[in-house]
Design a protein around this ligand. Structure first.
Ligand code: C2E
Ligand code: SIN
Ligand code: SIN
Ligand code: SIN
Ligand code: FE
Ligand code: FE
Length: 363
């Protein structure tokens, strides 16, 4: 193969890796490997820029532990601040070079090529750096190549940052909704947290995967979000509800579902399903759809248990709190009728962990 063919082969390989790998670190690592091969460099690093701290954090660094450097010093810092390509042909005789990193790593830097990673608004989001070209020095055409490759790294980093922000926003919205329902219900945020934690524990013991465990912990506290739509006169009534009042109260399941459902968002989808199903019963006598057994999703079956248990041990406008033991006994009395018996077994097997959650988050 001639060198153009070699480059093409590397490029094709690179495309395959990029499509298959998912996590940001994997993507950046394959980009760094690719850059090292194509530039004939000894090592490459990709730094992410922290503008607040005025630092660069290595996401990938061949041959060393992750490092953190100031943007005020060194070649990479220069690239970050000036947003210009840096080519260094003799590091120890170059004013831009900062020897601290070599001292720490025991590496001996001779030549450096560093390019800034810029976002759409031309902000520096990182630096891509290659060290010690195997043969000779880094050239302008090496710089062109590295800039091209850098576009991949920049968009991978940008996507990851956007994704983190989105997830942050979603979590905030979700927590706001949960506290809105609490306010209406005169329930405490400790209560909603407990329902999330009991649910996550049961989900883990049942063998759901990490994603689903996190999802239920986040979504379970919103099971009563639909109570926002129920009149205070009913919600806060200190006595038993009349038949008609209870019929209205029962609409909180569907109301909550419709309020929370969002086709695009897996957390809100799970929350909507939980709101809809948390008063269904294993024997088919629940509401709103009288679903039976495994027609009720595992999320719905789990939250049904966590909700009733916590409602019993909590104070309500219409009832005093029950003791832990009495609430635990009621779950067992209703195993196989109200509740999925396999889940009640798991609840019993893990009663000490349930008790710990209860004690640590007492009202
Ligand atoms: P909640 O207070 O969060 O109660 C959730 C579920 O826990 C209830 O669902 C029920 O299955 C169980 N639970 C709560 N307290 C008791 C109890 O003292 N004994 C027994 N055996 N189970 C209990 P349910 O029945 O579908 O009620 C849904 C919601 O309707 C309740 O949520 C509460 O907000 C309201 N509600 C139910 N009954 C009454 C009542 O008599 N008076 C008033 N003011 N509200 C009620
Ligand atoms: C620098 O940016 O000056 C340090 C280069 C290195 O990583 O050795
Ligand atoms: C809520 O969302 O307000 C709390 C849950 C509950 O009532 O059990
Ligand atoms: C599950 O059953 O594992 C998830 C809940 C659902 O969407 O049914
Ligand atoms: Fe409810
Ligand atoms: Fe509830």
């Amino acid at each position: 193969m001639n060198s153009a063919e070699k480059q093409l082969a590397i490029l094709l390989d690179f495309g395959k890796v990029i499509n298959k790998t998912k996590s940001l670190n994997d993507v950046l690592e394959s980009i760094a490997n690719f850059a090292r091969d194509i530039l004939q460099a000894d090592r490459c690093s990709i730094f992410v820029h922290d503008a607040h701290k005025e630092e660069l954090w290595s996401k990938v660094a061949h041959g060393t532990e992750p490092i953190r450097i100031s943007t005020k010093k060194g070649v990479a810092g220069n690239a970050a601040l000036s947003k210009e390509i840096q080519i260094v042909v003799d590091a120890y005789n170059d004013y831009r070079f900062n020897q601290d990193v070599d001292k720490k790593t025991g590496y001996l830097t001779h030549t450096i090529l560093a390019v800034p990673l810029l976002d759409n608004q031309e902000n520096t989001i990182g630096v891509f750096q290659a060290l010690n070209k195997k043969d000779g020095i880094f050239t302008n055409s090496d710089a062109e190549l590295l800039l091209l490759i850098s576009n991949y790294a920049a968009s991978a980093i940008e996507n990851a940052i956007l994704y983190d922000k989105l997830r942050d926003t979603q979590t905030k919205i979700i927590n706001k909704l949960a506290s809105a329902a609490e306010f209406k219900d005169q329930e405490t945020s400790k209560h909603t947290k407990r329902v999330g934690l009991y649910s996550a524990l049961l989900a883990e013991k049942y063998g759901l995967n990490k994603d689903d465990i996190y999802k239920i912990e986040l979504a379970a506290p919103m099971h009563d979000a639909g109570k926002i739509g129920i009149a205070d006169k009913i919600m806060l009534k200190p006595d038993k509800l009349s038949f008609e009042e209870f019929e209205i109260m029962k609409t909180h399941s569907q109301l909550g579902h419709d309020l929370l459902f969002d086709e695009e968002n897996e957390y809100l989808k799970a929350a909507a399903l939980i709101a809809l199903e948390h008063h269904e019963k294993w024997d088919g006598s629940g509401y709103p759809h009288a679903k039976k057994g495994e027609e009720i999703s595992i999320f719905g079956r789990i939250v049904a248990i966590a909700d009733v248990f916590d409602a019993l041990i909590s104070v309500r406008p219409y009832k005093e709190p029950w003791s832990f033991e009495k609430a635990h006994a009621l779950l067992n009395e209703n195993s196989g009728t109200h509740f999925d018996p396999a889940l009640i077994t798991l609840f019993n097997e893990n009663i000490e962990r349930i008790r710990t959650i209860y004690q640590e988050l007492k009202d």
